[in-house]
Design a protein around this ligand. Structure first.
Ligand SMILES: Cc1ncc(COP(=O)(O)O)c(C=O)c1O
Length: 507
């Protein structure tokens, strides 16, 4: 059904009927003129029919007729038989002048930026350009593709549930869809050694949201909290944005250096760590260091937030069990998991596994942030996990990734060994190639990207002066030939980067 065009016109007319006020026709004309000058009414917009506007304003038709007549005479309106009354195609010069100056009663508001952004807004605006998504070209870390997709089982379940979308279309519990919480608890217990019940699982919109909720809920504003240096850039930004004082603690060959943390910030109230696969460097935290970290947390009721983003992918031996599982009911650890890496990041589903006493706080904060994740997507995932496809999918991609990782390792060795070496590790979806010399990794990344290859420079992940320069190289999404060609392109850019300095040394 077509809408009545007259009612589409955004005219707000307020009449002053006091004795001594201008005539009603003059008031109507003045307000329509201002709407035209202010841009609320535009060329070609159709005005309400006289009879309708008169009824709406409770005035005589002759009053509206007089107002329209005045504006037609001034050149603001055109009236054609059969086409009604419309804003004129060519406005009088003074209307255009007023519009360009933003004058008129409906002038557009002054841009916010001109009034000054708050410090928080400026801080977070700067984050919008941090860690932009990578292009889906080699060697992006995450690159969803048909080949690595969750498969026919996913599409079958999604298609079945899509037939009755309203069944999952109401407001849903902020804790998450119970069958998904059950599936996650079961998976995390069996695969990651997490000690939990389904009631402790809070479904999130990915680890990023889990990090924000932890920063908001576990600490007082300004509390010092350790973060790894280097670490995931959006973790550092989120923690700071959510009011926590992030204290960078160096990472050594065993992950976060607990003794260094104690020396730097003994009063810290907690720590954000990636113990199973340090991000971005890639090492796993050995048992002694894990126990030291847990002791530190327990001795003063501190929190550990464990970011376990891709440790399903361990290629030599079984994955390290989670730190949460080592805590043996101590309830010092919040475990954050994500489906971004094993499935695809656009799903925006992850989970926080939290001590019972925190469940309602997490759910409440989630409710206030965005209510809940899409229940339809949660239902698809719950069914996919319940039928066992998630585990099959992980096994499948692990086999594919393992071969590709070997290719990347061989190519780095064959083509890049003059420039540095891969940091040892046996997990995940990326390798870190560290430069032997102090080369400008950000600058070289720019050139590598213009050659059609995605890498991430290492130095921006450091909070303090970067002791290492290099690249993160993803391998999961690409066939061996593409990996080979991409490493070749990187070699050419590294060659070009070192040549001028070689020349200047010899000259
Ligand atoms: C170490 C680390 N933590 C957290 C995240 C955020 O993941 P999500 O997509 O679940 O928000 C990522 C994503 O790349 C990551 O690499």
């Amino acid at each position: 059904m077509s809408r009545t065009p007259e009612l589409d016109v955004p005219v707000q007319i307020v009449l002053n009927r006091d004795a001594g006020a201008p005539t009603l026709a003059d008031q109507i004309a003045a307000q329509l003129r201002a709407s035209i000058c202010g841009g609320a009414l535009r060329t070609g917009d159709r005005l309400p029919a006289i009879r309708l506007l008169a009824a709406r304003l409770a005035v005589a038709r002759a009053t509206v007729d007089a107002a329209y007549g005045q504006l037609i005479a001034e050149g603001y309106l055109d009236a054609k038989p059969g086409a009604g009354t419309r804003v004129a195609g060519r406005l009088p010069e003074d209307a255009l002048l007023l519009r360009s100056r933003g004058e008129g009663s409906q002038r557009p508001p002054e841009p916010r930026a001109a009034r000054g952004l708050t410090e928080r807004a400026q801080q977070v605006a700067a984050v919008a350009s941090v860690l932009l998504p990578q292009q889906p070209v080699p060697l992006a870390v995450v690159c969803p593709s048909d080949e690595l997709a969750p498969g026919k089982a996913w599409t079958r379940i999604a298609a079945r549930l899509a037939r009755t979308p309203w069944r999952h279309g109401g407001y849903a519990p902020p804790h998450g869809f119970m069958p998904l919480r059950e599936a996650v608890a079961d998976y995390a217990r069996r695969f990651r050694g997490v000690v939990c019940e389904p009631e402790q699982v809070v479904i999130t919109a990915g680890t990023q949201q889990g990090i924000a909720l932890c920063a908001q809920l576990l600490f007082e504003r300004g509390d010092p909290v350790w973060i790894e240096d280097p670490c995931y850039s959006l973790l550092a930004a989120s923690v700071a944005f959510n009011g926590v004082r992030a204290i960078p603690v160096p990472v050594d060959g065993e992950g976060l250096d607990v003794a260094a943390g104690v020396a730097i910030a003994p009063d810290a109230r907690g720590a954000f760590v990636s113990p199973s696969h340090q991000y971005p460097l890639g090492m796993a935290m050995p048992m002694a260091r894990r126990l030291a970290l847990l002791d530190w947390a327990r001795e003063a009721d501190r929190w550990i937030i464990e970011d376990d983003y891709d440790s399903e992918l361990r290629y030599e031996g079984r994955p390290f069990p989670s730190l949460q599982g080592l805590d043996a009911g101590g309830e010092a650890v919040i475990y954050l998991g994500t489906f971004s890496k094993m499935l695809f990041p656009g799903l925006r589903l992850g989970y926080a596994i939290v001590p019972r006493a925190l469940v309602e706080a997490f759910a409440g904060a989630r409710l206030l942030a965005d209510r809940h994740s899409s229940e339809s997507q949660q239902a698809v995932l719950a069914e996919y996990m319940r039928e066992g496809h998630y585990e099959t999918h992980i096994r499948r991609i692990r086999t594919v990734f393992q071969k590709r990782r070997e290719v990347l390792l061989e190519e780095c060795e064959a083509q890049l060994s003059a420039f540095g070496a891969v940091i040892p590790g046996d997990q995940g979806m990326h390798l870190v190639f560290r430069f032997a010399a102090d080369l400008p990794d950000v600058e070289i990344t720019r050139r590598v990207r213009s050659a059609g290859v995605e890498v991430r420079p290492l130095s921006p992940f450091y909070r303090q002066a970067a002791p290492l320069k290099g690249f993160m190289l993803g391998f999961g999404g690409f066939a061996p030939e593409s990996i080979r060609a991409a490493v070749g392109a990187i070699r050419r850019e590294l060659d070009a980067a070192v040549k001028p300095s070689a020349k200047s040394r010899s000259g």
